[in-house]
Design a protein around this ligand. Structure first.
Ligand code: RB5
Length: 142
């Protein structure tokens, strides 16, 4: 079981809430960094909070959600030591772990449905980093 931080903006709130419930039910420790309603907020604020939680070791993994996943992934990736992959399929999430050692993923609630989001999360949480030839490349990301 992992400690997983989740954050979103208003557009991602409903999907985030669903994933928070399901991850807790599965036995993970979940750090819900908000927001706690669909009132309009700015994704950079919540993306930064998620990136800092992972960079500081308060969570082992992070899941960010906004309308497209684009804005919040950019915000998360501004934090040093965080590798946030915007994924739209379980396959992308698997490669994000295997090749890129991603410690965060971003999901677009207006782009993918809940079933695909579940696939992404399942692959993100279960796939190990492949190491080998990928190790030096990931190190070059800083
Ligand atoms: C909010 O309307 C929307 O811009 C945001 O959720 C996200 O898609 C930005 O990248």
């Amino acid at each position: 079981m992992l400690t997983i931080a989740l954050a979103s903006d208003h557009a991602g709130y409903a999907l985030k809430a669903q994933l928070v419930d399901e991850l807790r039910a599965a036995g993970h420790t979940v750090l819900d960094l908000g927001p706690d309603s669909e009132a309009s907020v700015d994704y950079p604020d919540f993306g930064r909070a998620l990136g800092e939680a992972v960079a500081q070791g308060r969570a082992e993994r992070g899941i960010a959600v906004c309308g497209t996943g684009i804005g919040i992934s950019i915000a998360v990736n501004r934090i040093a030591g965080v590798r946030c992959a915007l994924v739209t399929s379980g396959l992308m999430a698997r490669f994000a772990r295997d090749h890129n050692d991603a410690n965060c993923i971003a999901l677009g609630s207006r782009i993918i449905g809940v079933e695909t989001a579940r696939d992404c999360v399942a692959e993100f949480l279960s796939t190990p980093f492949g190491g080998g030839r990928h190790t030096g490349r990931v190190a070059k990301l800083g």
